[in-house]
Design a protein around this ligand. Structure first.
Ligand SMILES: [Zn+2]
Length: 350
């Protein structure tokens, strides 16, 4: 379950807190890069009760995870925090609110600064997609992480992820770098002749999320493919349920399901082709349910992504295509990795 805390006096750790719609998940990371918590440590996030209750709940996540590891609060040198966006690079929630932060008290709220004031510790902020990308990068490259670059696409209800350069997240001037889901991609050769151009919830036509997400399946791909397969078992199922059932059918070899995931693999390849010409990363990482399915399906999907990514010969020799592991802990762990970089710089200054 949990490794015994091996920090002697004078040793320090960082804590990562993943703030979600219902729960905070927390972890503890040592300067040597070891996570002291093997499983999820969760407390209710209380974000729907407003900022004061939510900051209480984040502090409770910290004390709870420290309790699990048996470490005192004085051992914590920095805290990493991630939340769903949209938020600024410094953790100010969008002035228009956000899905998890709909109450007016949240609009424009500095969640990072509020937690920093409460804990009297440095708090480093990332949005959840960037935190997951950071974790994926460090998990994939280990001790080589600081010399490597990657792009991560995380497929869920939407399409999240991020861009990592030399072990650090590319945040952008306004904190909006790595919004991979809303990059528009060429879809000729991915869509069938006559297939309508998919529309995203953000209003874009033909962006990555409009194809590669559960929402994209529900709104765009499934309605099209059901019309091509009259009498398909999903035709009589409500769309929300049917969209969630597509992956199970595809894993079992269903033609309609495979057609949908082949289109998703093709679209991810188009996104990664843009990345190849833009930042030319060492690794192209894919996370989400689609790569947590049975190994044969994961391999089929990843190889479809790789085939659809146009790389030059020099790039092909270097590039890795891989799945992102342990996604349910990726937010807290990525947040902790970001905090470690800050705490390590501090210890050099000491
Ligand atoms: Zn979009």
């Amino acid at each position: 379950m949990t490794a015994p805390a091996q920090t002697s006096s004078g040793a320090w750790v960082v804590v990562g807190i993943d703030n979600g719609g219902t729960a905070n998940n927390a972890t503890v990371l040592t300067p040597a890069g070891d996570f002291l918590v093997a499983n999820l440590v969760e407390v209710p996030s209380r974000v729907n009760e407003g900022p004061v209750a939510a900051v209480d709940a984040m502090e409770l996540a910290l004390t709870t995870v420290l309790g699990v590891t048996g470490l005192p609060r004085s051992a914590v040198r920095a805290v990493g925090l991630d939340t769903p966006g949209p938020a600024s690079a410094d953790g100010v929630i969008s002035s228009k609110g956000a899905t998890n932060f709909s109450e007016p008290a949240w609009w424009g709220f500095d969640i990072r600064g509020a937690l920093e004031d409460r804990l009297a510790l440095p708090v480093v902020y990332n949005n959840d997609g960037n935190a997951a990308a950071l974790y994926a990068h460090h998990e994939h490259f280990g001790s080589e992480a600081v010399r490597r670059s990657s792009v991560s696409a995380i497929v869920g209800t939407g399409l999240g992820g991020g861009v990592v350069e030399r072990g650090q997240v590319v945040r952008g001037a306004a904190g909006m770098a790595g919004e991979l889901g809303h990059v528009q991609i060429p879809l000729d050769g991915v869509l069938e002749p006559g297939q309508p151009l998919p529309r995203c919830n953000c209003g874009n036509l033909g962006d990555v999320e409009s194809v590669v997400s559960l929402t994209g399946i529900r709104n765009n791909l499934l309605p099209y493919w059901l019309a091509r397969y009259p009498g398909h078992p999903l035709a009589d199922v409500p769309l929300d349920q049917a969209a969630k059932a597509v992956r199970g059918l595809a894993v079992a070899g269903d033609e309609l399901g495979l057609a949908i995931f082949a289109q998703q693999a093709g679209a991810l390849g188009r996104l990664f082709t843009i990345a190849a010409n833009f930042t030319d990363p060492h690794a192209y990482l894919v996370g989400g349910g689609v790569v947590e399915a049975e190994p044969h399906f994961r391999e089929w999907f990843l190889s479809g992504v790789e085939q659809a990514t146009a790389l030059r010969e020099e790039q092909r020799r270097i590039a890795h295509f891989a799945a992102v592991p342990d996604l349910d802990m990726a937010g807290a762990r990525g947040a902790a990795v970001a905090a470690l970089a800050v705490a390590a710089r501090q210890s050099i200054d000491d």
